[in-house]
Ligand binder design. Structure first.
Ligand code: GLP
Length: 262
């Protein structure tokens, strides 16, 4: 795992977008794993700008989103399908038929989860997976004590998560209580994983996830097990990290990162 600390939230989001853009340029038919949430909104805004100004081409890409609320259709403004269309897909040249978000309205949710896993497999697996981190340390909606080998399935949301995301629904009482989420194991299968976390509110859980023990209580800690994970944070979110000197040294000297240094 590599850790990159950027001075601001904006710089962290821009670097994340550059990593995704680099993947798409090197592999035009890349399979992207995508995330939702306020943290990744500026990443998508940067990708849209790169599409318009630099011709970043998504026409051959496929995408799979991490998760979706159970009971919400894609035209519900709180759904992750709606989020992805409005924050990214409607503004780039990806073929929407190649974008998958779990179907939270499926009558047979278990079958939907299985089909989702199979679709990822048929696409050849995920080349680059973008993730955020919840206030309870989740990735996707893998709430505390999720199996670190889990696959796509339905999870009960943590009250912490319900409180965190209630604003999108006009109150906790209007929030769905369950979601379909890729499993931790599904995320670990990706060839590359980028975790973006910004803001002081997540400094404590972020430090637990990346420098604490590898444990199901904080499912983001599973990224310590990932073959090629990079964690991109801003200064505020890096506040509790202990190995800061090494992270900065490594980013400054690692040849792979040379094109990405400011
Ligand atoms: C939701 C999503 C997560 C995301 C998290 C963070 O819970 N299921 O995938 O990481 O939100 O959201 P935000 O970026 O708004 O803090």
């Amino acid at each position: 795992m590599e850790v990159i600390i950027q001075p601001t939230r904006e710089a962290a989001a821009l670097l994340t977008a550059k990593v995704i853009a680099d993947e798409v340029r090197k592999n035009p038919s890349a399979v992207l794993g995508l995330a939702t949430g306020a943290t990744v909104e500026p990443v998508y805004a940067n990708l849209i700008e790169m599409h318009h100004k630099e011709g970043l081409d998504f026409s051959l890409c496929k995408s799979f989103n991490l998760d979706e609320y159970v009971g919400l259709s894609g035209d519900h403004p709180g759904s992750y399908r709606y989020f992805m269309n409005s924050h990214l897909f409607d503004h780039i040249n990806i073929d929407k038929r190649n974008t998958r978000v779990p179907n939270g309205m499926a009558s047979d949710l278990a079958a939907e989860c299985l089909t989702y896993e199979e679709a990822i497999w048929h696409a050849g697996g995920i080349d680059l997976q973008l993730v955020g981190i919840g206030m309870d340390g989740h990735i996707g909606f893998n709430e505390p004590m999720s199996s670190l080998q889990s696959r796509t399935r339905v999870k009960q949301l943590n009250p912490v998560t319900i409180r965190q995301n209630a604003g999108y629904f006009g109150g906790a009482d209007k929030m769905p209580r369950r979601a379909i989420t890729m499993g931790v194991g599904t995320i670990l299968d990706s060839q590359r994983c980028v975790l973006l976390a910004t803001g002081s509110a997540k400094a404590e859980i972020l430090a637990e996830a990346i420098e604490g023990p590898f444990c199901a209580r904080v499912t983001a800690s599973a990224l310590q097990w990932h073959r090629r994970a990079v964690v991109i944070v801003d200064e505020a979110c890096a506040a509790n990290l202990k190995n800061r000197e090494y992270y900065d040294w490594s980013f400054a000297h690692e040849p792979e990162w040379a094109p990405f240094r400011g």
